[in-house]
Design a protein around this ligand. Structure first.
Ligand code: DGL
Length: 260
């Protein structure tokens, strides 16, 4: 079996990871992709670390049995809870996680004020606190847990008065109190809400998404392991979800305009 021909697996708690998948497809259109969203068990961000670990390990084991050449955890929450265990288990394929893109935001100017929007699990996890530790001298970082936000994207509601009012109530106290320079989207569902977030925050606020960096890291790891496809024809994308009715939403989100 030629390993280069195997698909690259993407996992998320729901449809959010499609924001990362899109970036990978832009960079590597000739690869084959397998996307699985666990919408039946979403949200993960309000579960315990143990619950998330259990769900993530189960889904990734099924992926691995199918034959894959790399595994991308396109979910900040599942990465926080499970990436170390996954890397211990799957030593023969690249296992790529995602974390909030705090580094480019913290380095964008002299001591910027940066809001990191993420799930409650992500902002409370040790991994995030370790990340924060690297940038506390360089930036004023405001971690903002956003319970309930991913649910809008899961429903396909990425614009409209309800989303705007929820995001306004979440962000405006901080925007009123400080001069905010940047917002980091620390959950893969949030890039779909970026136009609304930008409108609320104003055009001077820069928005950072970890998806493009994760896609570049995936390409770097595949190249390093000589796993990039030899094919020169566009690859396929197989969308799966633990709630089959989310598959059409997955395709829609994949095709939706999404550029920051
Ligand atoms: N998409 C996920 C993330 O990047 C989390 C959403 C959730 O299940 O709470 O964190």
């Amino acid at each position: 079996m030629d390993k280069k021909k195997l698909p690259i697996a993407f996992f998320d708690s729901g449809v959010g990871g499609i924001s990362v998948l899109r970036e990978a497809v832009k960079l590597m259109p000739d690869e084959n992709y397998l996307f699985f969203g666990d919408s039946a068990n979403a949200p993960y961000g309000t579960k315990t670390r143990e619950e998330i670990l259990h769900l993530t390990l189960g889904h990734c084991a099924r992926f691995y049995e199918r034959g894959i050449k790399a595994l991308v955890i396109a979910c900040n929450t599942a990465t926080s809870a499970a990436i170390n265990d996954l890397r211990r288990i799957y030593t023969d394929i690249p296992v790529i996680g995602i974390e909030p893109a705090l580094k480019p935001a913290a380095l964008m100017s002299r001591h910027p004020t940066v809001i990191v929007m993420a799930t409650p699990l992500t902002v409370s996890a040790r991994k995030f606190h370790d990340l924060l530790g690297h940038y506390t001298d360089l930036a004023d970082v405001i971690p903002l847990g956003c319970p309930g936000l991913m649910e809008y994207v899961e429903q396909g509601e990425i614009t409209g008065p309800r989303v705007t009012s929820y995001l306004t109530s979440l962000l405006s106290p901080w925007l009123a109190e400080k001069h905010v320079d940047a917002i980091v989207l620390g959950c893969t569902h949030y890039p779909f809400l970026a136009p609304v977030i930008q409108e609320i925050a104003g055009s001077d606020v820069r928005i950072f998404d970890g998806g493009p960096g994760t896609a570049r890291e995936l390409r770097r790891r595949l190249a390093q392991d000589h796993l990039l496809t030899d094919s020169a024809v566009r690859g396929s994308i197989d969308f799966r979800n633990s709630l089959p009715e989310k598959i059409s939403l997955s395709r829609k989100l994949f095709s939706a305009g999404l550029s920051l």
